[in-house]
Write a protein that binds this ligand. Structure first.
Ligand SMILES: Nc1ncnc2c1ncn2[C@@H]1O[C@H](COP(=O)(O)OP(=O)(O)OP(=O)(O)O)[C@@H](O)[C@H]1O
Ligand SMILES: [Mg+2]
Length: 401
């Protein structure tokens, strides 16, 4: 069928033709936005879920909701190795400039800029000269310039919250990939939101990250649970997965046979990214409507090849040989959560000597701990990929120390 008309959209953050199964999270966000606007306390949201479940897409959707509700928004993406301060600084500067341009003089906005100026002063000191300040205002000495992020970020957020409040405005800070912040940065963010909540200032935080985020937040500050809710963004049910495929196709007059839908669900387990990939390839391979089971079977080989070359491969290529061995051993045990002792047995090794490898894999966002002592893949179907890519077992001998 005509690839130009193909409605499916596999890709990182690509909006799906139909956002299925996310009404509860969207409703929760709508309530949160409404309550913050009305100065009522509400827990901020940190969406958590595996790779490719649709967190970024949902966060973008929530940003649109916030804009419609009259919020000013900031959308940032955390990275491994980029510090929170320099990352967030340019966005906060733009925000304050926007507030400054509104009619009438505002002391709180000017103060916000002065505090931001002093905040970036300390970061500039630690990072060198590559941070451009671009704020033509004297720094407010003694505010947000202690050099301790847990003190400075809350002070900065309060100054910005007061500026927004004076402008009768509200601010939504959206952060993707929150798990990449260091414990110190996450702690500072939590303390900052704590202070904002105590002062009832119009700032809210909406974040997204891998499932380990909830644990990281709890470790950073034990009261994180009381400040944030952690909606679990997961795979779609069979019924929802069918809707995600059927509805966009129907809109252009194409039908899926029920056997085709069942087969896609069996293969994708309802993971949104995979649904888009299978939908996309099946569309291009199908001669005409309806899309049949045979079409899906033909599409599957193409999809797996594509996933193996891209989605899975980029992650695999970032692994060291011992990390590959570790994940291959996990895959040998199957898709469910595994215990490190069982992985150690397979590798003929001791649990203690595997701990550093496990820690690195957690840091890289490849595995997480769904329950104490358990480990699971953050990438759905990664176990099947590991078996495909390292069929000979063990493939990399004498690597595991
Ligand atoms: N509710 C949904 N229904 C159908 N498809 C969806 C849904 N949500 C997301 N998708 C599709 O899933 C894919 C992945 O979405 P997205 O990039 O938002 O995932 P993610 O959770 O942010 O992944 P990562 O952890 O790798 O950043 C996209 O192709 C998107 O179109
Ligand atoms: Mg994402």
């Amino acid at each position: 069928m005509d690839p130009i008309k193909n409605p499916f959209s596999p890709g990182a953050g690509s909006p799906p033709p139909e956002l299925v199964g996310r009404d509860p999270a969207l409703e929760q966000a709508r309530i949160l936005l409404g309550r913050i606007k009305n100065k009522r306390p509400e827990k901020s949201m940190l969406l958590t879920g595996l790779r490719g479940v649709g967190k970024t897409v949902l966060l973008n959707e929530i940003e649109q909701l916030a804009i419609r509700e009259g919020f000013r928004t900031i959308f940032i993406e955390a990275h491994e190795n980029i510090a929170l301060g320099p990352l967030i600084f340019p966005y906060l500067r733009t925000l304050l400039f926007d507030l400054d341009r509104m009619a009438g003089m505002s002391h709180k906005v000017k103060r916000g800029l002065a505090v931001l100026r002093s905040f970036i002063g300390t970061i500039k000191m630690t990072l060198g000269s590559e941070v451009t300040i671009g704020i033509d205002i004297e720094p407010e000495r003694g505010s947000a310039d202690s050099g301790d992020l847990e003190i400075d970020l809350p002070n900065l957020f309060v100054a910005i919250g007061e500026a927004a409040e004076e402008r009768k405005s509200a601010v939504a800070i959206l952060i993707d990939e929150v798990q990449y912040f260091s414990q110190k940065e996450l702690g500072a963010l939590i303390v900052a939101m704590h202070k904002i909540q105590q002062r009832q200032l119009p700032i809210l935080l909406l974040g997204a990250g891998l499932p380990l985020l909830q644990g990281l937040a709890g470790e950073a500050k034990s009261y994180a649970e009381r400040l944030f809710s952690f909606p679990d963004i997961g795979a779609l049910s069979q019924e929802e997965a069918a809707i995600a495929l059927k509805e966009p196709a129907q809109a252009v007059g194409v039908h899926f046979d029920s056997a085709a839908l069942e087969e896609i669900f069996r293969l994708t387990k309802g993971y949104p990214y995979f649904l888009q990939e299978w939908g996309y390839q099946a569309w291009n391979i199908a001669e005409s409507s309806p899309v049949t089971l045979q079409t899906i079977q033909k599409a599957t080989a193409a999809v797996i090849r594509r996933l193996d070359q891209n989605f899975f491969r980029v992650r695999f290529d970032r692994l060291t040989p011992s990390e590959k061995n570790f994940l291959r051993a996990m895959a040998q045990l199957g898709p469910s959560p595994q215990r490190i002792g069982d992985v150690a047995d397979i590798l003929n090794n001791k649990t203690a000597s595997l701990s550093p490898v496990r820690a690195k894999l957690i840091k890289k966002g490849m595995i997480f701990s769904p329950a104490y002592g358990d480990m699971a893949f953050t990438v759905p179907l990664f176990d099947e990929f590991m078996v495909r890519v390292m069929p000979e077992w063990p493939l990399i001998p004498n690597i595991m120390v």
